[in-house]
Design a protein around this ligand. Sequence first.
Ligand code: ADP
Ligand code: ADP
Ligand code: MG
Length: 506
Amino acid sequence: MNEPATTLRQCLIANRGEIAVRVIRACRELGIRAVAVYSEADAQAQHVRLADEAILIGGAAPAESYLNIPRLLEAARQSGCDCVHPGYGFLSESEAFAETVIGAGLRWVGPGPEAIRLMGVKTEARALMQRAGVPVVPGFQSDTASDAEFRTAAVEIGFPVMVKAAGGGGGKGIRVVYDAAALPEALAGARREAQNAFGDPRVFLEKYIETARHVEIQVLADQHGHTVHLFERECSAQRRHQKIVEESPSPLLNEALRAQMGAAAVEAARAVGYVNAGTVEFIATPEGDFYFLEMNTRLQVEHPVTEAVTGLDLVKLQFAVAAGEALPFQQSDLRQRGHAIECRLYAEDPANHFLPAVGTLLRFIPPEGPGIRVDSGVQSGDTISIHYDPMIAKIIAADTTRAGAIRRMQTALAQTVILGTTTNLAFLRALLAHPAFLAGTVDTRFVDAHLSTLLPDAAPLPDVALIAAALHDLHRGDGETTQTATSESGSPWARLDGFRLGQASS
Ligand code: ADP
Ligand code: ADP
Ligand code: MG
């Protein structure tokens, strides 16, 4: 396979954080000049520091900056970009933004606006998939039905059902309903949340599949009619209907099911004339049935596990496709090799409904070593603010076998040091050590159902004075060869290996 060589010169990266950093890295390798944008809250951010050029586009609130189409376009024009990469989240699935970029004569590093539109509303995507012969979860959708009609439909489908936002994403606007009495409140709650999050109150029903796995297929299509899939990612470890740990291959699939789901995903992509990278999400059952959930018309957060097992660079391929190049391989050239796992390290509190936490990362020492990759947009001294997604880093571990990858991930998590904010690090460690995870049987309800066994015992955290003392020691220790009194006394502050707060060393 040849390395793609694109003709694109300069890219506006319409995003922030780790995904902006990831795209900048691809640009650098391809010889594309990387232009970052930033809000007033991000002046010191890593994506700004790494880019070849950075342009201030507005206030901290996303509506003023990362969601501000006119400002983004102005930045692209002013700096002379010939393409725009939207990353994920923000405007990545905005038909309007894609259209505006293309209308301005720039290349859009993503699918066409038409595919974004067709897959953007879940109810319409479901209808389209049914026509294309891709199985969907039994459900009910109507823009005009009364609550009584929703109730009749729910009884027909059979409880439990899921109320879902038609315009949904990021796990928002979703309610599980176990009986008819709870339906009116769930409909009202989901509509409210959907209106707030997506400006679209429409909801629909799906049969709630209780023992379900989230298995998704990465697809990639060029502008010349070639569509391939890059196999699956298992993403069943979720909280608030959002992924925390992803892996490839999925422990659930055998070769036959993998081939079937891959073919269905390619079919789904073809049905909307899809171009560039995208993901078709399915719900799969232990019996080997699978149903279309939605298509994410962008690069996915968890794309690195696919990169690890296929050996491909998805972001570089996105640029190649956007430049009009043909895919440098066919389906039969592609193989899964070894096993990869990703953990999303968040500033959030697992003991308090996984609510986002904020704070300054006094010290962040990411793991390293053979088979370890860390994608992050922050470093020590940076702040996790209320304005944006609280993800600190993605840690990816790869090895020849699943057991090896798990062991690598466990070691990497044990090595990771974060001071200054509440995180899900201890929770991730517990999850990666849980017998169900080791057995590969975690389903989408697992985290909620076993939460108490995944929370660390409430160990008292050291106070701020201790943390300050620790930082002082660490800084003073930089470059010193003589042992300090603290390290001689065995103080954990002097150790950078495997020490973590509130956790016994393993
Ligand atoms: P993935 O499906 O790639 O794992 P997530 O669901 O975690 O992605 O979402 C990735 C990012 O995009 C998160 O910051 C999430 O909050 C945001 N996001 C996803 N979908 C939407 C949407 N429809 N509207 C707003 N934000 C979204
Ligand atoms: P979003 O756009 O918010 O990602 P999805 O439709 O992908 O919405 O659903 C989010 C998650 O909710 C899925 O990953 C899955 O775990 C769960 N889920 C969605 N639909 C169903 C269903 N019909 N039955 C069981 N679980 C579901
Ligand atoms: Mg989804």
